[in-house]
Design a protein around this ligand. Structure first.
Ligand code: PRE
Length: 356
């Protein structure tokens, strides 16, 4: 008997649930329409006076069993949800979003396809210090059949007294070495007025973490036909990172590679905290390729291999890491770059892991 009664009651609740659902959605459509009218009249959508009046009237009619506080709470949630509905309508779909374009963007650089099935690798010294130093790394990369070579010529450094890079001289070295070994050159550009001239030297324009919100630089990079490697700012949220990429795409350049390079947190065991889950989030939310810079995120040679494996396992399209013939005497990032032998063993282990 009690069992039957319980079933009856549950059936009634189920029916009421559907009624509430229909009424909620009917209410939602009305709120959306009000939202459109408010927008046209330039009125603020959030109306606390109206909300207060509605709550007062509801409380006057409330015969229980729910107490007034509970009723207020439930309806406040409904108002909040309606407000969100009104805002979604106004939310422009980003060009970088999956919603806007479902298929993956594949960035092509000298025959290498970034964002396609195969993971890709970008290696090279932190800074171009000399022709010999740069060439030694490029030669080792060429022997491994690697194609994407990084090297910093313009170096935005925290301290003005640290090595600032060789500038145009560094880009000349990179170009020469790129031609000798048929490597694609990835190098950072820091000034909007340098973009045009840099096209002669680089195959990929890198925009560094410190410049992720240099909007004039982003716009200029958006105006040219050259792939851009955009690094996540050190304190940037994923949304801010996506909006930075949007600046570039909105000017006409869709050839963007996003690069997770760690964010600043309270943790000091690593140089930055590698936000590994940003990779699948960015892959889900955008159509752009995503790579991970294991050197700047970890700042530790001993973590380069596990961090790279983790990045590929979680869906990264590639890895970036720094290699120097003699890291101990490097002019920047001496503690985190691999020497050539370490590079051999790192790469060997990484690709054998990929094969298995
Ligand atoms: O009545 C309005 O002005 C609405 O926009 C609708 C509504 C609601 O859901 O009831 C939504 C948000 C406002 O803060 C107040 C009320």
């Amino acid at each position: 008997m009690t069992k039957e009664r319980m079933e009856q009651l549950r059936e009634q609740i189920d029916e009421i649930n559907f009624k509430i659902l229909d009424l909620m959605n009917e209410r939602g459509y009305l709120a959306k329409e009000i939202g459109v009218l408010k927008k046209a009249q330039g009125i603020n959508r959030y109306d606390p006076v109206r909300e207060r009046k509605m709550l007062d009237r509801l409380i006057q009619h409330n015969d229980g069993p729910f107490d007034n506080g509970t009723i207020e709470h439930i309806f406040k949630e409904i108002f909040k949800a309606s407000l969100e509905l009104q805002e979604i309508d106004d939310h422009k779909t980003l060009l970088v979003s999956r919603e806007n374009k479902n298929e993956n963007t594949v960035v092509r650089v000298k025959g290498v396809r970034i964002g396609d099935e195969q993971p890709q690798f970008i290696f090279g010294p932190c800074s171009v210090e000399s022709y010999e130093q740069t060439r030694a790394v490029a030669k080792r990369m060429k022997e491994k059949g690697l194609k994407l070579f990084r090297g910093g010529a313009f170096k935005p450094r925290t301290s003005p007294y640290d090595f600032q890079g060789l500038g145009w001289e560094g880009l000349k070295i990179l170009k020469e070495i790129g031609e000798e070994f048929n490597l694609a050159i990835v190098s950072e550009i820091v000034h909007p007025s340098h973009i045009e001239k840099a096209l002669e030297y680089v195959d990929v324009i890198q925009i560094g973490a410190r410049n992720m919100q240099n909007f004039e630089l982003l716009k200029e990079a958006g105006r040219v036909k050259k792939p851009v490697l955009l690094k996540r700012g050190m304190s940037a949220t994923i949304e801010e990172f996506m909006l930075a990429a949007e600046y570039i795409v909105s000017k006409g350049n869709e050839e963007i590679i996003l690069c997770e390079r760690g964010i600043r947190t309270y943790e000091r065991a690593t140089r930055n905290t590698l936000d590994i889950t940003s990779v699948p989030i960015l892959k889900k939310e955008t159509h752009l390729p995503v790579i991970v810079d294991v050197t700047h995120s970890t700042g530790r040679r001993d973590l380069l291999l596990p961090a790279s494996k983790a990045a590929l396992a979680i869906g990264a399209d590639g890895i970036m890491a720094e290699v120097h013939p003699d890291p101990a005497v490097a002019l920047s990032d001496a503690r985190q770059q691999m020497d050539l032998d370490q590079f051999d063993s790192f790469f060997e282990q990484l690709i054998s892991n990929e094969r298995n």
